[in-house]
Design a protein around this ligand. Structure first.
Ligand code: HEC
Length: 136
């Protein structure tokens, strides 16, 4: 009986790992919004630790973001369009990661102006995805 429960738990865990839902994405978005706030507070309080907390949260979360399963499995004429959206997402994700590295580097060198510049660029990437995927 115990074995069955353990097996079930593993199967469920494996399934949910690949089954990225809209709810997961909304949750990840909210984590990223709070990460951006942490980074911004880091600037205001001139606190590198806050910035590190924020950038770690951001980079850990952005890698998880993907089109939810229901969008990926779309079988009609939308498929090509959806695949296209995935590519857009991936390049935006890469750029966000790159800018986050730059932000950390610049801030650690005392170059706040360039660090804030990188922060603005990250915000622009967030908005790029929102306008392309959501027409916000
Ligand atoms: C890969 C594309 C993509 C990127 C990159 C992206 N977002 Fe989003 N974001 C979305 C989509 C799609 C939604 C809508 C989710 C839904 O309602 O199903 C969303 C929704 C949100 C929401 C609203 C969540 C809610 O509670 O309804 C916030 C906040 C948000 N994003 C913040 C961010 C921040 C901050 C960044 C940059 C660090 C970012 N997003 C980058 C695609 C993206």
């Amino acid at each position: 009986m115990k074995k069955i429960i353990v097996t079930l738990a593993i199967v469920t865990a494996t399934l949910s790992a690949t089954n990225y839902t809209k709810e997961d994405r909304i949750k990840d978005m909210q984590i990223m919004a709070s990460a951006m706030q942490d980074i911004q507070n880091g600037f205001f309080y001139n606190n590198f630790d806050m910035i590190k907390v924020g950038t770690t949260k951001l980079t850990k979360t952005i890698v998880k973001v993907e089109p939810p399963l229901e969008e990926v499995e779309e079988k009609d004429v939308m498929t090509r369009y959806v695949n296209n959206k995935v590519q857009i997402s991936n390049s935006i994700k890469r750029r966000i990661n790159k800018k986050t590295k730059v932000l950390l580097e610049r801030f650690s060198q005392g170059d706040t102006v360039q660090a804030i510049h990188a922060f603005t660029k990250i915000t622009k990437e967030c908005m790029k995805c929102h306008t392309q995927l959501r027409n916000w």
